[in-house]
Ligand binder design. Sequence first.
Ligand SMILES: [Zn+2]
Length: 238
Amino acid sequence: MKRLALTIWLVGMAGCAQPRGVVRDLPPPVMNTNYVARPAPAPPPSPVEKSKPEPLRMIGPKTIVIDAGHGGKDPGTQGVSPISEKVFNLLMVQELIQELTRRGANVVPTRTTDVYLTLEARAGVAQRTGADLFISIHADYSTKRSNTGATLYIARNASRASISAADSIAGALRRHGIRYNGTRRRNFRVLTKHPRPAVLIECGYMSNRADARLLNSPDYRARLARAIADGIAAFAGN
Ligand SMILES: [Zn+2]
């Protein structure tokens, strides 16, 4: 006998494992059983496009030096954040180390604990390792409390590679919906005391309540790390 395609619920099977509304081939109905035929309910809404996970952009065997700004006797800024900048920088760097490592990069942090390092020592790590990219992580402060968002810095006479890295990271921040204020030129010593491609990232303002909340959120830090890593992957040509 030809099987009937019916959409059914088994009466009294509340909480059963079968998803509702699934059309299944069933044996012909048998008398005195508790089948109840119902019209097929509307299919569930298709998942929103943007919730689809993007494929992981690999970085490959590149040496990426990640510098957590400040540390030890130098707390950096704090603003309205419950944690100081030096602590945020470390947390952010830990997130980045994970994200970059799983994309195949050789990651060298300048510090992984609360220690003080001179700017020259940080630049020295970029030099010694022949870094393909040096990224310095910071959080911002402004007396203008309404200032928000991430800002990138490169040296005034930045190399083409540094400019390209900043452009790639900026593009990824925008794609990930992270507020981005632009790339500025400033001769920070961690950008000028070595010849390797280098970008300093101010991740957001600790002086702004909304930004401080984001910077203190592990979810936001993970999202920011994914965005930065996507930018580095684009810079690395992947
Ligand atoms: Zn800083």
